[in-house]
Design a protein. Structure first.
Length: 456
């Protein structure tokens, strides 16, 4: 789930697709023997656990407190859990023997499927492109806040994979989830054109309001990663009540790659001189991407030849620089065809963020490598200091995806859970545009004025 670039084989946190028919049954409270596991379940004490399809033959459970694990089916019919995205057993077990009747057992405690009012609908985005969406509301007739969930850079179906479409409604907050153009059940060509995606987002918001009718108490956006560029743009086109940006960026796409290169090199113990050389290589690579792979090859080859035998070179990565580092110019020209998405590499989000009148909540991971948060945090604090209705929450020891992690034996990060308080924070902000109390270990910077008073 990279901030901008999405390699089709690189998604550690992706929940792989299941059929829309199965999702619809799970949301409505129905289920067949083949699919009845999928859904949100409530324990007698009110706690929620969501079960979703995951990689291969596994399922993934998530609780609202941020704990999560992968479920593996055993010969005795039980499903046993491994911690987060590790391979380490965590002791949790789940039984689905009665899931066709809406009941599961999690650690031998019964939990019951939460029924929702779910409406699948095709609506028109920018240029009349048909987009597939779904509104999920808590059962009943009472008005509720609604969150429109905006894609990151991934190319899979949000309707098939976004657990928030159940987790939020289980907490009495509606959710509208849709497949962005060129993904899932939506038509059109996949793009990273932020303006086009923002126009589609506005159409999704308007469709959600239309379907919900009187049940829409307030409505806003939640955009993760790349969605953090799109959500504020959408607000400048049509007003909403709130905006939530999760692990997004207040810098350009070029800056994202530069900052990731510098941070990764610094964490590996390289000197400032070595980091400067790495950034020189990254700049040459970024120029190729920005040109649509039409120019800059001679410079890129020259810079690589200059440094490729230096010890630090093997640690050069970046958000997208690493995709082309190993290849020759002819190979890059061929492979580059798969990376032309209409990306606005020099887009500066700051004027847009300054113009947004709706309350914004920015949730950042202090240890995010894919969307380094230091400069974005500084810029958001500057906007808060200028009186903008923005709340900033920084989670220590959290990375992209707002997950906490441990280091594997090879030094790579492995996620263990979502940051405690992350889901609760989004729920509360959707309800009234402000945060009260504490949320896990997050450090919160609040606006100078009541943010809800800023909405026109």
């Amino acid at each position: 789930m990279h901030g901008c670039w999405a390699h089709p084989l690189s998604f550690r946190l992706v929940v792989y697709a299941l059929s829309t028919v199965c999702i619809g049954a799970a949301l409505s409270g129905e289920g067949t023997e083949a699919d009845c596991e999928i859904g949100a379940y409530r324990f007698v004490d009110g706690e929620i656990v969501d079960i979703a399809q995951s990689e291969g033959n596994t399922l993934r459970w998530r609780k609202f407190d941020g704990t999560t694990g992968a479920l593996h089916k055993k010969q005795d019919g039980l499903w046993k859990s491994t911690l987060g995205w590790t391979d380490r057993p965590d002791g949790h077990t789940v039984s689905f023997t009665r899931c066709t009747e809406g009941e599961i057992e999690f650690d031998r405690k019964k939990a019951y499927r939460v029924p929702f009012d779910a409406t699948d609908r095709v609506f028109k985005g920018r240029g009349g492109t048909k987009l597939a969406g779904r509104l999920v509301l808590p059962k009943g007739n009472d008005p509720v806040p609604i969150v429109v969930l905006i894609h990151g850079a991934e190319r899979h179906s949000a309707r098939d994979s976004y657990a928030l479409q159940r987790l939020l409604p289980a907490e009495n907050v509606g959710a509208f989830v849709y497949d962005k153009r060129g993904t899932g059940g939506s038509e059109g060509k996949y793009t990273q054109d932020f303006v086009a995606l923002a126009d589609d987002t506005v159409a999704a918001m308007q469709e959600a309001k239309r379907i919900a009718g009187r049940r829409c108490a307030r409505i806003g956006y939640q955009g993760g990663s790349q969605g953090g560029w799109v959500a504020p743009l959408a607000v400048t086109r049509a007003p909403v009540d709130f905006v939530i940006v999760s692990f997004g960026l207040a810098v350009s796409v070029i800056d994202e790659d530069q900052q990731q290169v510098a941070l990764e090199m610094r964490l590996k113990g390289h000197t400032q001189d070595e980091i400067s050389k790495a950034l020189e290589v990254a700049s040459a690579a970024e120029a190729l991407f920005e040109s649509g792979f039409t120019k800059g090859f001679e410079n890129f080859d020259a810079v690589r030849a200059k440094y490729r035998h230096e010890p630090w070179y093997k640690d050069l990565h970046g958000n997208y620089t690493h995709f082309i580092l190993p290849y020759t110019a002819p190979e890059i020209r061929e492979k580059g065809k798969d990376f032309i998405f209409g990306t606005p590499f020099r887009y500066d989000p700051m004027p847009t963020l300054s113009a947004v009148k709706a309350p914004q909540l920015w949730i950042l991971g202090e240890d995010d490598l894919e969307a380094p948060s230091a400069e974005t945090s500084r810029r958001i604090k500057t906007l808060i200091g200028e009186g903008k209705p923005i709340t900033l929450a920084i989670f220590p020891h959290a990375e992209h995806g707002m997950t906490e992690y441990e280091l594997a034996s090879n030094g790579e990060r492995v996620s263990t859970r979502y940051a405690a308080g992350y889901f609760t924070m989004m729920r509360d902000f959707a309800r009234n545009g402000r945060l009260t109390g504490s949320y896990g270990s997050s450090v919160i910077v609040k606006p100078k004025i009541d943010p809800t008073a800023a909405v026109e």
